[in-house]
Design a protein around this ligand. Structure first.
Ligand code: ADP
Ligand code: MG
Length: 702
């Protein structure tokens, strides 16, 4: 590898925060601290004297920590800017303190309160929302779920007293359904704006609209607080956000960035897993200190590499430093994600194997080396043929720089890019916003449910193509979520309450009619994890052989159900899982999702215990009411062609339907690799289609 680029200390484009008058903020702060004191007095008694001393010491320790963060010197300027402007854009390096500190500044300055409303901070990822709330509760020395809380899908740790709330952007979208003007909040912080996830993009338009309405109401003398918006981003795209929010004020926080030596490979790497492993060895044998952060595209790659690193670590002998692989991806249970943050045991080096999740949303201490494979899994959507995909994709330049920057947080670091410099030069500058490359059905449904009728005229920061919007409307119409005038139907409203893609919501709702809710909930939960199988690369055949006993002739949906029944019979026995090559961890995650879906169904009065017993055909018919567009029919030449788009597709070798010829198939996922592969496949009869989606197939000849 040759050394090519040096990272400059201090980003040249970043300007320092300017200081300004603080008189007003201080006054407000004094007022609010008075109130707190009184509260303490009323509650004081001798028993908690010791506690109070401890709390005081902890407060001091935390404040000392906070004061050392780069953002702290800009505290007053940030408070003033938020007080004086309806919208503010804050840009700053990851780790400078934006997400944990700004909400606390807002609180300390009295911008939020029980009567004015609280602050909501959105996160694209669940793990970030949870961890940040925990951290801020710790810094404020309060109990999580009190003043500071979080709300993520299936887990709400907030209370009526929570005024600093971290939540996923999906949850805020959901809150709009019950609180149209988000009146419980005085400030909305849209964090990690640079990621431009679909939901963040939707929130930009919605929150801007809500701000305008609240402004008008307040102007007309209604008792409504004006809404303040703060947008936070880790990259240099502030101008665009500012423009969208009518020339919002921009603040720059310069972080402490140490130099990072950046290396490219001299030759393109055919196998990024192999290249990663070799790089880990090289670092480990040549450089003694500092943890390694590896960016990989997804759970599968991470799990494979975890195994490989473990094998390698076993060969390390004597006094040689140990290696501890720590996987980190969104679907990993929180307790295991936490290992990433724990200090490594003595004489051990951590190798964190992470997805994009470690790019900006979370701070991991101790990293000195970054290995960037240059790839990410990205959602794609072809609106013309209506096909969604999840593809390995080269990352953008700005993403590559973010990854590199992770090596220089605490001291000088090194970044190894597993691609050539020429490849780097050809990368796109920025990642295309998700809204421009994904199926918009879920987004459109939630816009409709929150009262936005005209989807085509909605205020998008980057407008999706008309064809993808129209396609989304068509899909929702076919699912019965909207009527022919584009108005949300009662079914559509019910669907919008499920935290699932519209097709899955529809399947769950119709499962009541088909009498198979129990089966559907189980299968949907099992589909929510990458895979429940465990397939070591050296035992592929053995694993396939052993698992034959679960295979259901009708395909993957019912095969999954068979596995779960087997798992329940042995009460989740670990040995049984090992023998049968079942990924016990993923099954457990799926079962947690299952519990939550059961509760959702109960709330919507869908009996979760309804079962079809041996009449498993109804499960497939029921799935078809949501997935009728993901279907393909057998052609005379033995191939399958999709019903929508007339595309030739192959059944994935991992599917129970692989190599089988049946009249028709339904699938959950279409993946482009070298061919169009379908996964999650079951057999269907073409005669079922018009029954599953009468509106859709009425005018179509099959
Ligand atoms: P930003 O949003 O600017 O990326 P954060 O506010 O998330 O920064 O984090 C600021 C700093 O707070 C980090 O650099 C780290 O030192 C500390 N910090 C954040 N989260 C945690 C945590 N869970 N545990 C310990 N320290 C943390
Ligand atoms: Mg942050």
């Amino acid at each position: 590898m040759k050394r090519v680029v040096d990272f400059q200390e201090d980003d040249t484009a970043a300007q320092d925060l300017k200081f300004s008058d603080l008189a007003e903020a201080t006054k407000i702060k004094e007022r609010s601290s008075n109130k707190k004191q009184k509260f303490n007095k009323n509650n004081s008694n001798n028993n908690n004297k010791v506690d109070r001393a401890q709390i005081k010491a902890k407060r001091k320790e935390m404040l000392d920590f906070r004061k050392k963060l780069p953002i702290y010197s800009g505290r007053d300027a940030i408070i003033k800017a938020i007080q004086d402007n309806p919208a503010v854009i804050v840009m700053g390096e990851t780790g400078s303190g934006k997400t944990t500190q700004i909400p606390q500044f807002i609180k300390e300055a009295g911008i939020i309160s029980d009567t004015l409303g609280g602050v909501a901070i959105t996160q694209p990822r669940r793990v970030a929302a949870v961890n940040l709330a925990k951290r801020v509760a710790e810094e404020t020395v309060t109990k999580l779920g009190g003043q500071v809380g979080y709300t993520v899908r299936f887990d709400d740790t907030s209370s009526p007293h929570t005024i600093i709330k971290y939540l996923t952007d999906g949850m805020l979208l959901r809150e709009v359904l019950s609180d149209e003007l988000l009146l419980r909040y005085k400030v909305i912080v849209l964090d990690e704006a640079h990621e431009r996830t679909l939901r963040t993009d939707m929130l930009f338009g919605m929150v801007k609209n809500i701000q305008r309405i609240r402004h008008e109401k307040a102007k007309n003398g209604e008792n409504v607080e004006e809404l303040k918006i703060v947008v936070m981003s880790a990259t240099l795209d502030a101008e665009k956000f500012s423009e969208f929010f009518d020339g919002a004020k921009i603040l720059y926080v310069s972080g402490r960035l140490h130099p990072v030596d950046t290396f490219f490979t001299q030759e393109p790497q055919a196998d990024y897993l192999d290249a990663t492993l070799v790089s880990i060895f090289q670092i480990h044998t040549k450089n003694p200190h500092g943890d390694i952060l590896v960016f990989l595209p997804g759970q599968e790659a991470i799990e494979t590499l975890t195994g490989l690193v473990n094998d390698y670590a076993k060969q390390l002998r004597g006094k040689q430093q140990r290696l501890l692989p720590c996987p980190l991806f969104a679907a990993l249970p929180p307790s295991q994600q936490q290992r990433v943050f724990d200090p490594a045991p003595a004489n051990t080096r951590k190798v964190i194997l992470a997805t994009n999740i470690a790019e900006t949303s979370i701070t991991i201490p101790g990293i000195k080396y970054v290995i960037d494979c240059g790839l990410a899994k990205m959602r794609g959507f072809n609106p013309k043929i209506g096909v969604e995909s999840l593809l390995l994709h080269p990352i953008s330049k700005s993403s590559a720089w973010q990854r590199t920057g992770r090596a220089g947080r605490e001291r000088a670091g090194v970044c190894y890019r597993l691609y050539t410099e020429d490849t780097f030069r050809e990368l796109e500058d920025d990642t295309v916003p998700e809204i421009r490359r994904c199926n918009l059905a879920a987004a459109v449904l939630s816009l409709k449910a929150s009262g936005i009728e005209n989807i085509l005229e909605f205020d998008y920061m980057d407008r999706p193509s008309r064809i993808s919007l129209v396609r989304a409307l068509e899909e929702l119409y076919a699912l019965g979520a909207i009527d022919d005038t584009g108005t949300l139907s009662p079914l559509g409203r019910k669907m919008s309450e499920f935290p699932l893609d519209p097709a899955f919501s529809k399947v769950l709702i119709t499962s009541a009619e088909y009498g198979c809710t129990m089966e559907v909930i189980a299968i949907v939960s099992l589909l929510s994890v990458d895979t429940i199988f465990f397939t070591p690369s050296d035992k592929r055949e053995q694993a396939a052989e052993v698992r034959k006993k679960f295979l259901h002739p009708d395909g993957d949906h019912l095969t999954l159900l068979n596995v779960l029944k087997g798992y329940w019979e042995v009460k989740g026995d670990v040995e049984w899982c090992k023998e049968n090559f079942i990924n016990i961890r993923n099954v457990k995650i799926a079962l947690e999702v299952r519990e939550q879906l059961v509760r959702f169904c109960e709330r919507l009065e869908i009996p979760p215990q309804a079962t079809c017993g041996t009449e498993t055909e109804s499960v497939l018919k029921c799935f078809l009411t949501g997935f009728f567009q993901n279907t393909a029919l057998l052609q005379p030449d033995g191939s399958y062609k999709t019903v929508v788009g007339n595309q030739t597709v192959k059944i994935h070798p991992g599917s129970a339907m692989f190599g089988k010829r049946v009249e028709g198939i339904m699938y959950n996922e279409l993946v482009f690799t070298t061919k169009h592969y379908v996964r999650g496949v079951s057999a269907i009869q073409s005669a079922w289609l018009p029954l599953a989606a009468p509106k859709y197939f009425n005018n179509k000849a099959l």
